[in-house]
Design a protein around this ligand. Structure first.
Ligand SMILES: Nc1ncnc2c1ncn2[C@@H]1O[C@H](COP(=O)(O)OP(=O)(O)O)[C@@H](O)[C@H]1O
Ligand SMILES: [Mg+2]
Length: 147
C-alpha cells in the first residue's frame, strides 16, 4: 500500500509534513530517502510545524541528531555523514530507533537501512521538473527482504 503526492514547491512540501504529523504517534519513525536538495529537511520542517514545534528546524547534517520540543518530541536525525552502523551506536543514536517518546525522522535513512525499525513510514523523494517533487509514502521500502 503506497501513496504518491506531488508537490509544486516548498510550501506544499511543508503542508504535506503538517498533514503527516497529524497521523504520527509517539514511538513512530519516519525514514526519508532522496538526494541533496530533494526536500527532506523541508518535509521535516512541516512535520515540526504539525507537532507545534516553535523552534526553527534546520539541517541536522553537522550534528547528526537534534531533539525539538513540541506536543511531543521530534528527534531529527541525519545519516548523511555516518560512515558505519558502528559509528551510529557509538554516538548513541540507536536510542531514537525507535524513540521511547516522540517521533524520529531520519534523513538519508537508506544509509542506515538495517537500523530502521519495522513499521517505519518510508518516504522517498524524487526530483521532477522545476520545483516539483514526487513523494512516495509506504510502510516498508519496495523490495525489502523483511516485507
Ligand atoms: N517541491 C519542493 N519541495 C521541497 N523543496 C523544494 C521544492 N521545490 C523547490 N524546493 C527547494 O529545494 C530545496 C530543498 O532543500 P532541503 O529540504 O534542505 O533538501 P534536503 O534536506 O533533501 O537536502 C530548498 O531550497 C527548497 O526551497
Ligand atoms: Mg537535509
Amino acid at each position: 500500500m503506497e501513496r504518491v503526492v506531488i508537490t509544486e514547491g516548498p510550501e506544499e512540501t511543508v503542508a504535506l509534513g503538517v498533514e503527516l504529523a497529524a497521523g504520527l504517534r509517539s514511538g513512530d519513525v519516519v525514514a526519508l530517502v532522496g538526494g541533496l536538495g530533494a526536500g527532506k529537511t523541508t518535509l521535516v520542517q512541516g512535520i515540526a510545524r504539525g507537532l507545534f514545534v516553535t523552534e526553527n528546524v534546520s539541517s541536522a547534517s553537522f550534528v547528526l541528531a537534534r531533539t525539538y520540543r513540541g506536543k511531543m518530541s521530534l528527534h531529527h536525525l541525519d545519516a548523511y555523514r555516518i560512515e558505519s552502523l558502528e559509528e551510529l551506536f557509538e554516538v548513541g543514536l540507536d536510542r531514537y530507533l525507535p524513540p521511547d517518546e516522540g517521533v524520529t525522522v531520519v534523513e538519508w535513512a537508506d544509509k542506515i537501512y538495517d537500523l530502521i525499525p519495522r513499521g517505519a513510514l518510508w518516504v522517498t523523494i524524487e526530483f521532477l521538473d522545476g520545483d516539483r517533487r514526487k513523494f512516495t509514502l509506504r510502510r516498508r521500502p519496495a523490495g525489502s527482504p523483511r516485507s
